[in-house]
Write a protein that binds this ligand. Structure first.
Ligand code: LLP
Length: 426
């Protein structure tokens, strides 16, 4: 978070509260959300795309309080399941500001979205077009749709989170002609309103040239549709995926930089193709919420393994942050409850789960006097940590505590063992 500092006694402080006070009041592990930071990231994106739409990708982290912040700050919201849609609507996000994604939306989910009046549905398969056509006919409405286009860009990120190369499950292939066919099919359906094309090339991307290539390719399709049908689609969504700094080695672009590059390429391509510039939207998730949160753990054991490295075990682990195990992600850690002048040692921060891959931070230099009872903060855990948390080993999921102006409030409560047991039948 932006507002993190150290108090005179060396304790980490955020939004006017110390890590120690937060741990005492809310326990550990806990996700600590700096609400001021979250809001300023929303504002940075709004300011960078002033007459355009910024859809916060709720998959990064969603709960009612965050939906309210997003709505208040003037953002739109991208949801990708019935569950996310439910939370969005329950928190009062106006339906017309919601976009509905997903490669396998059920008839029930599509029906709920149509009945709620969501602003756009991003269609991802011919089966979905059929389903949506049926629902729209039956309900007598005309949903607005975008076509998710697979542009064939190899984004330089982990294989599991790259989404625009040809050989994966999302979207309609541009090269194979499916994207054009999908657009034509929708234009032929009087009950669906084709608003535009959509592309999302992956996540945690630093090299903006991938977005430029994808914009160029999607706009070429836009021109092809105009030439074939005489229709200029009014909207264009270039997706999310903007990288954030997890370690000091990462150097992310600012929303302003991104906006400049995206708008420049869209403007110049449209000029070259004699297209009117469509209304642009983007869908950042990680870049909005990722840096606004740190996870606060307590150290339980410290083990020196034959001079190789020191294993520092905390009271959470892969159940509250699966990203290190799943994507080989890099995080950092710092002692939050005090300062130390002890010399640094090479440490690995691990969890309490029953497998050796249960690593939170692969390599970090921690002071040699790190010891049980120390609080450890792992920054940058706002995106895809709580939202991908599990109950592995029947570990209840941590709460999310929002801090602002010296006040803290729980926005997602800690799960209890009773919560887990309550699902057991028999
Ligand atoms: N739009 C669409 C259509 C998406 O599929 C995604 C992410 C986003 C926007 C937001 O991407 P962001 O700005 O947050 O990078 N669990 C993985 C990330 C999966 C991203 C899935 N889609 C991780 O922890 O890295």
């Amino acid at each position: 978070p932006r507002n993190v500092a150290r108090d005179a006694d060396g304790t980490l402080a955020v939004g006017g509260l110390t890590a120690r006070a937060l741990a005492e009041e809310f326990g550990t592990p806990a996700y600590v959300l700096d609400e001021g930071d979250l809001r300023s990231r929303c504002r940075d994106f709004r300011a960078a795309f002033p007459d355009q739409d910024v859809y916060y990708a709720g998959k990064a982290f969603l709960c009612r309080a965050v939906v309210r912040v997003i709505a208040e700050e003037g953002l739109h919201l991208d949801v990708c399941t019935g569950g996310e849609l439910r939370t969005a609507l329950a928190a009062g996000m106006p339906a017309e500001r919601i976009g509905f994604h997903g490669n396998n939306k059920s008839v029930a989910e599509l029906t709920r979205a149509v009945d709620a009046g969501v602003g756009r549905i991003i269609v991802d398969s011919f089966h979905e077009i059929d389903r949506l056509t049926g629902i729209a006919r039956e309900r007598g409405v005309r949903p607005k749709v975008l076509v998710r286009v697979t542009v064939g860009v190899e984004a330089h990120t982990h294989e599991f989170i790259a989404t625009a190369h040809e050989d994966q499950k999302f979207g309609f292939s541009l090269a194979g002609g499916a994207a054009a066919q999908a657009a034509f099919r929708i234009l032929d359906e009087d009950v669906l309103e084709l608003r535009g094309l959509h592309s999302h090339i992956g996540s945690q991307i630093f090299d903006a040239s991938g977005f430029e290539v994808s914009a160029r390719r999607v706009l070429a399709l836009q021109a092809q549709i105009r030439d074939a049908r005489g229709v200029e689609l009014p909207e264009l969504d270039l997706g999310g995926g903007f990288g954030i700094a997890y370690t000091t080695q990462d150097d992310p672009a600012t929303p302003q930089d991104l906006s400049k590059r995206l708008n420049k390429i869209v403007d110049s391509e449209c000029a070259a193709l004699s297209l009117a510039v469509p209304h642009l939207s983007v869908e950042p998730g990680r870049a909005i919420v990722g840096p606004a949160v740190f996870t606060l753990y307590e150290v339980g054991t410290v083990k020196d393994v034959d001079g190789i490295r020191t294993y520092v075990s905390v009271d959470g682990g892969m159940s509250d942050n699966i990203r290190t195990a799943l994507y080989d992600a890099s995080y950092s850690a710092t002692i939050a409850s005090r300062s130390s002048d002890a010399s640094p040692i090479l440490a690995r921060v691990v969890g309490k789960h029953c497998e050796s891959g249960d690593i939170v931070v692969k390599d970090e230099f921690l002071p040699a006097d790190v010891q049980p009872g120390d609080l450890l903060a792992v920054p940058g855990t706002g995106a895809y940590c709580r939202s991908m948390a599990s109950n592995y080993n029947h570990v209840p999921r941590p709460p999310v505590v929002a801090v602002r102006d010296g006040k803290a409030r729980v926005i997602v409560r800690r799960e209890t063992e009773d919560d887990l047991l309550a699902l057991d039948v028999g």
